[in-house]
Write a new protein. Structure first.
Length: 217
């Protein structure tokens, strides 16, 4: 074999090997791409399961459960005299004293004497905020809190009765001008607690959507 023929044979052999290598690389990459494109299984995140296949995003985690508000006035199935008796019973259980001087039980209006629910400068503001909208005032110090309940019981018909509850909240302020009781807007919590207790008293069960018992004062 001549030198020229040997060189041509070697050139073609080398070119063939290179082409095969390049073709093999393309096939490998194409297969890998094809394999990835046809894999429809969701991703696995191992220990971290916050996203991907492990679980969906939990937007509700850690949120405070919404407390269902009871209608005020609340409609009861029962005669007015029986509901009035239940209202008086709940007042006694919650250590609320009926003010007979201003109440008109025969007309379905029952008013309590002021009930002092907190005393002490350290905790007064925190407790007041649970029942009232307390204005921000750095010059005023709060030392006590009390509320008066006004409950109205009105018959709708022979078997249905409406009960409305309103609270008058007061905070005792000890300022430079002396001590005084200041009226504060109720946020509705006192009224809701009393209605929950009254519903449990009359029906023997908490209101629909409410499983907790009414807190005692």
């Amino acid at each position: 074999m001549s030198k020229l023929a040997f060189m041509l044979l070697a050139f073609f052999a080398f070119a063939n090997i290179t082409a095969r290598a390049q073709e093999k690389g393309v096939d490998t990459q194409t297969d890998r791409i094809r394999d990835n494109s046809t894999n429809r299984a969701p991703a696995s995140n191992g220990i971290n399961q916050n996203v991907g296949a492990g679980r969906g995003i939990d937007f509700g985690k850690g949120r405070t459960p919404v407390v269902i508000q009871i209608p005020n006035p609340y409609r009861f199935t029962g005669r007015r005299d029986a509901v009035i008796s239940a209202v008086e019973g709940v007042m006694q259980e919650r250590k609320l004293v009926l003010d007979s001087a201003v109440s008109k039980s025969d007309e379905g209006v029952l008013i309590t004497q002021p009930y002092r629910f907190v005393k002490g400068a350290v905790v007064a503001l925190t407790e007041l905020n649970q029942y009232a909208s307390v204005p921000v005032d750095n010059t005023r110090g709060w030392s006590q809190g009390r509320y008066t309940l006004i409950v109205e019981v009105q018959a709708i018909d022979a078997t249905s009765t409406n009960v409305s509850v309103n609270a008058r909240i007061e905070g005792r302020s000890d300022g430079a001008s002396g001590a005084e009781w200041v009226s504060l807007p109720s946020n509705g919590n006192v009224e809701q607690e009393f209605l929950v207790a009254l519903i449990e008293k009359i029906t023997g069960a908490p209101p629909p959507g409410r499983t907790e018992l009414a807190p005692q004062p």
